[in-house]
Design a protein around this ligand. Structure first.
Ligand SMILES: NC(=O)c1ccc[n+]([C@@H]2O[C@H](COP(=O)([O-])OP(=O)(O)OC[C@H]3O[C@@H](n4cnc5c(N)ncnc54)[C@H](O)[C@@H]3O)[C@@H](O)[C@H]2O)c1
Length: 334
């Protein structure tokens, strides 16, 4: 086989996947799908794709499709992932992996059973600044990591989703669907979370039935502690940020600014260095490229099903803690 065939199902966030699907020389876009024919026509007008349909089963039946990028709303992730595995495809699924821990577990088990690759598209792991932070947590630059903070700040008032699914409590819980960005980033930088203690409130989006502002205090298995903030009713611009505190230095920055702050003990611990950086360039292309590499080389994706499931489990432990007022242990076995 010369090239792997990629299909994209769901063409809103999936439009970004559509635009980047041809960026890896080992793969090419062979199919697109959306239940809305206007979306299918829109992308077809931009770049003709051999198969363009409103029925995702047609995509799964196509022998030229090897990788399916599932970029539909959260409540379709389980159904479409299981169907794709059944049809013998590899799956790149948008975040959150699924709505619940039980749905994630079904996806992990299905991937194991059919021996196909499953990756969750946690795009923060492909932003160069967060990759730099990860590098400095593992190569000793920051010393021993004892504190991490991450935030996901994004007002959703005007983005309910194509049919309002984001505010339907059966289809999405904000802390899982949006907050997973910050939860996954903290987990990536500091490892599995052992226990959480969470508070939440609801001032921003009345139509959203769940709370819209969440603070999670975390105890990581490594011994580090941390705090995750997720807010979708806020009156401030979108961004995702992180702070990593280590015994030799501290870094803080976000995905939208063109600089970040670094303080290193051996340079000057009383002063921040302001360092120029890229913003969000090429993250989706790098994400898709990484998954194509994993399929070609038979390697484990950076965020496999187990990792995606632990992020969802951390979110649900926080929801339980906010509800009960008690610390809650996080499930990390899948
Ligand atoms: N990585 C990120 O930063 C990021 C950003 C936005 C959304 N997302 C994720 O992407 C997914 C989609 O979000 P969105 O913002 O595009 O939602 P949306 O509602 O804006 O768009 C969903 C698209 O999918 C289509 N669709 C719905 N059901 C379908 C089905 N059964 N089969 C085929 N097509 C279907 C709709 O017609 C629509 O075009 C969600 O899981 C969301 O969490 C990720």
């Amino acid at each position: 086989m010369d090239q792997l065939g990629i299909a994209v199902i769901g063409l809103h966030m999936g439009y970004g996947h559509f635009r980047q699907a041809n960026s890896h020389p080992g793969a090419r876009l062979v199919a697109v799908c959306d239940i809305n024919p206007a979306e299918v026509e829109r992308v077809q007008a931009e770049f003709p794709v051999p198969l363009a349909t409103t029925d995702y089963q047609e995509v799964l039946a196509c022998p030229d499709v090897h990788i399916v990028s599932i970029t539909t709303p959260d409540h379709y992730h389980l159904e479409q992932t299981l169907a794709a595995f059944e049809a013998g495809k590899h799956v790149l699924v948008e975040k959150p992996m699924a709505r619940t821990v039980d749905e994630c577990e079904q996806m992990v088990n299905a991937a194991r059973k059919c021996n196909k690759k499953l990756m969750v598209a946690h795009v923060c792991r492909f932003y160069s600044f967060f990759q730099q932070c990860k590098q400095w947590t593992t190569d000793g630059t920051l010393g021993e990591i004892y504190h991490v903070e991450t935030s996901y700040i994004h007002n959703y008032e005007e983005i309910p989703g194509h049919d309002g699914w984001r505010f339907d409590p059966e289809k999405r819980h904000f802390l899982i669907g949006g907050g997973c960005h910050a939860i996954d980033l903290a987990r990536w930088l500091c490892g599995d979370v052992d226990e959480v203690s969470c508070y939440s409130n609801h001032y921003g989006i009345p139509v959203q039935q769940y709370d819209d502002h969440w603070i999670i205090n975390c105890k990581f298995k490594s011994g580090a502690v941390g705090r995750i903030l997720a807010s979708d009713g806020c009156q401030r611009p979108y961004n995702i940020d992180c702070q990593v505190w280590g015994t030799l230095g501290t870094v803080e920055g976000d995905n939208t600014s063109d600089t970040f702050k670094l303080c290193l003990r051996h340079v000057d611990r009383h002063r921040w260095l302001t360092v120029p950086k890229e913003t969000m360039a090429k993250a989706i292309a790098n994400e898709i490229g990484h998954f194509v590499d994993c399929v070609i080389n038979d390697t484990t994706p950076l965020i496999d099903g187990v990792d995606g499931a632990k992020t969802v489990a951390t979110g649900w432990a926080a929801i339980e803690s906010s509800r009960t007022g008690l610390p809650v242990k996080v499930r990390n076995e899948f």
